[in-house]
Design a protein around this ligand. Structure first.
Ligand SMILES: [Zn+2]
Length: 316
């Protein structure tokens, strides 16, 4: 194998689409493509689609990939996708995802994005921080001592389901008053639409509106976020909090009021800085590529890479 054939496949598997790429030893993204996730066709069809996508990407490279990394939703260990409700998976071994005889490593989707932000992005050189993407849902990657932490059973980081308002609205998860119910982009759009008697209003429209109902809905989202971030800060004392996902594209309209409330909530200690994520929609794919290099026995790769950055669309 020539030096130029040294690359891995990184694949970020989402509920609606998959983002795959080839990433070289020096961090060059040689190719990146997106395909739909055929979720409606059932769990096995999604596994088969991933296998096909990986073979397609690998064939575009010069030689055989050194490894494959996959970021997948749900409960996951390095070698098994244990449980994913939205894809219907139970105990799918990593080897089922590729027809190629090369090392494979799996990672949890948000923690894999957090790994990328930690090694290549906003958290470069910061051992302890929270990566919180706010999109359709909310989940966090707790980076502790330089590595994403998944807890005893893999459920660590479900910050979207912290009950911020204990007697609050019912969440889709079955609990009451979860952060996600108030502050995800989907929830901001949904809650405003419901109160205003409209349909399909997007979070970005709510954030930029001076309609009193929109102001109220946004204020509740900000309040919910400040409660959750104060809780995280008091528990884990992060160096900083990295906000990402579509809603972070709202910029100062999100960061300024959340920062103000967080500072106000914390009486005896300073609030950690809130900073925007650096890798946008590519965080999952780049993190998956880092896992691919780990699978290939090259865990040291990544820290010297300079990567191109693209913003994330504001979705609701
Ligand atoms: Zn919940």
């Amino acid at each position: 194998m020539s030096a130029t054939s040294s690359f891995v496949v990184g694949l970020d598997v989402g509920g609606t689409s998959m983002k795959g790429g080839l990433v070289s030893e020096s961090g060059a993204v040689l190719l990146s493509e997106r395909r739909p996730t055929p979720r409606a066709d059932g769990p096995d069809a999604v596994v088969a689609a991933i296998r096909g996508f990986i073979s397609h990407l690998a064939a575009a490279g010069d030689g055989v990939p050194a490894g494959v990394g996959l970021a997948v939703p749900g409960l996951v260990s390095a070698d098994t996708a244990l449980y994913a409700t939205n894809l219907g998976w139970r105990d799918v071994p990593a080897t089922a995802f590729t027809a190629l005889d090369i090392p494979v490593m799996l990672g949890h989707d948000v923690r894999t994005g957090g790994l990328a932000e930690s090694v290549l992005g906003a958290g470069r050189g910061i051992p302890d921080f929270l990566f919180l993407p706010i999109g359709t849902g909310i989940a966090g990657a707790m980076i502790l001592h330089g590595e994403p932490y998944g807890g005893a059973s893999g459920w660590g980081g479900e910050i979207g389901h912290i009950p911020v308002f204990p007697e609050g609205e019912q969440c889709a998860c079955g609990q009451l008053g979860c952060l996600e119910t108030y502050a995800s982009a989907a929830s901001v759009g949904r809650r405003y639409s419901l109160r205003a008697g409209l349909e399909g209003v997007r979070a970005e429209q709510v954030v930029s509106s001076d309609d009193p109902v929109a102001v109220e809905v946004w204020d509740e989202a900000v309040e919910a976020l400040s409660v959750a971030l104060a809780t995280y800060t008091l528990l884990l004392d992060p160096t900083m909090i990295v906000l990402g996902g579509g809603l972070a594209e709202a910029g100062p309209a999100l960061f300024d009021p959340v920062r103000t409330r967080l500072v106000k909530r914390l009486a005896f200690r300073d609030a950690p800085p809130l900073v925007p994520a650096a890798l946008g929609v590519d965080a999952g794919m780049l993190g998956a590529a880092l896992l691919g290099w780990r699978a290939a026995g090259r865990p040291e790769l990544g820290s010297g890479w300079a990567v191109d950055v693209r913003p994330e669309p504001l979705v609701s």
